[in-house]
Each structure stands twice: as C-alpha cells, then as structure tokens.
Design a protein around this ligand. Structure first.
Ligand code: HEM
Length: 81
C-alpha cells in the first residue's frame, strides 16, 4: 500500500483512493473472511471512542503511535471519567 509505482503520494492519508489499493484485509485466495463485519464493526467501535468526553491522546510519548516493525503496537489515549 506504499508502492510509489502504483500510488500517488503513498505517504499521504487520502480518502479518494480506489478500493483495490486497500490491502488491509489481504488479497486473493486468502483474503480475510472477517472483512465485511470488520468494515462495519471497527468504524462503529472507533466512533464510540471518539464520542467520549475529553477523548484525546495521552500526554508525551505514550500518546504517539508506536510501531513494532511495520505494525502499529500502541498509542495511549485518555478521556474524562
Ligand atoms: C481489523 C480486523 C482484521 C484485519 C486487519 C484482518 C486482516 C486479515 C488479513 C490481512 C488476512 C490474510 C492473511 C493472509 O493472506 O495470509 C486475513 C485472513 C483471515 N481473516 Fe482476517 N482480519 C481482521 C478481522 C477478522 C475477523 C473479525 C475475522 C473473523 C470473524 C477474520 C477471519 C479471517 C480468516 C478466517 C482468514 C483466513 C482466510 C484464508 O486463509 O482463506 N478476520 N485477515
């Protein structure tokens, strides 16, 4: 998903990319069986988090997205209780 020969500006977050550029759920014979439910469930779960009062990144380094190799590992958030 960061192939410069295939994508314009691969490092940019863009909402107008064609569906075949999205390989998050794999491709071909072993494409994810959970992709349909996940495309509904994950935005719903994130939406509920974003609606929490005072929802924000944690202060300092904890609030920064940390990677383990190419994979996201952690990003701490906070909200008002
Ligand atoms: C964020 C959520 C998910 C992501 C990013 C994801 C991603 C992937 C990817 C990339 C593959 C392909 C692996 C490969 O090519 O070897 C895969 C396979 C698979 N996923 Fe998911 N998945 C997610 C959620 C789910 C859920 C919720 C289910 C079940 C309810 C599920 C069931 C499967 C199964 C059964 C396969 C194997 C398909 C096969 O080998 O034919 N996944 N997933």
């Amino acid at each position: 998903m960061v192939d410069e020969d295939e994508l314009d500006t691969p490092d940019e977050f863009r909402l107008d990319r064609p569906a075949h550029h999205d390989l998050n759920f794999g491709y071909g014979r072993h494409e994810c069986h959970g992709r349909y439910i996940s495309r509904v469930q994950i935005p719903e779960a994130i939406k509920q988090l974003l609606k929490l009062p005072g929802f924000r990144r944690a202060a300092g380094d904890a609030g920064k997205l940390e990677f383990d190799g190419p994979f996201p590992k952690s990003m701490f958030v906070e909200y008002a209780a």
